[in-house]
Design a protein around this ligand. Sequence first.
Ligand SMILES: [Zn+2]
Length: 190
Amino acid sequence: MKISAEEKHQLKTLNKRGIALAAKLGMKPVEIVVSNRRGNTNAFINLSEDKVYVGAGVLMMPEWAQNFIVGHELGHLLRKRSQLIFYKVIGLLVLFIVGGCLSISQAGDINTMATLMMLMIGGLGLNLIVAFASRYEEYHADFVATKLTGRHTLSRVADLYDSDITDDDPWLVKAFSRHPTWSQRVAKHC
Ligand SMILES: [Zn+2]
């Protein structure tokens, strides 16, 4: 992605701080790269790489917020191995549920409607498990970031973001969300 000279400079200093933060966690240097649209303040990792992707908007955020955001993503990278295993197990469960439902329906004991219902219930159950585990991972990544940047940085960062999910959402929406609400995140660590 094309970025301005100022953003390039910001990215360079962010990378320097990112390396120092990773060293504090006993990690090898991790590269920080710009992922996407100008103004976007998201950050994420890809489980197959040792990189942190940040939206170009992150480069213009205050240094303490950048450190928290990078620290949070480093927290995710620290758990890369267990995350990969978790998703492999989920993949196997999907195959098991689909295979199980199809073989039961082929045995002729139940009709197509019942098979679809079983698949749906299995799918919903797996989604709930993945959402619960993802929220757990978010709390863990926040724990790592607060260890690096101080407990109160989380609540300061929370003030900078609009939430896509809030405490006012129905419990069912929250149960299927892969992210806790910002106030849940702040309550957990501050
Ligand atoms: Zn996260």
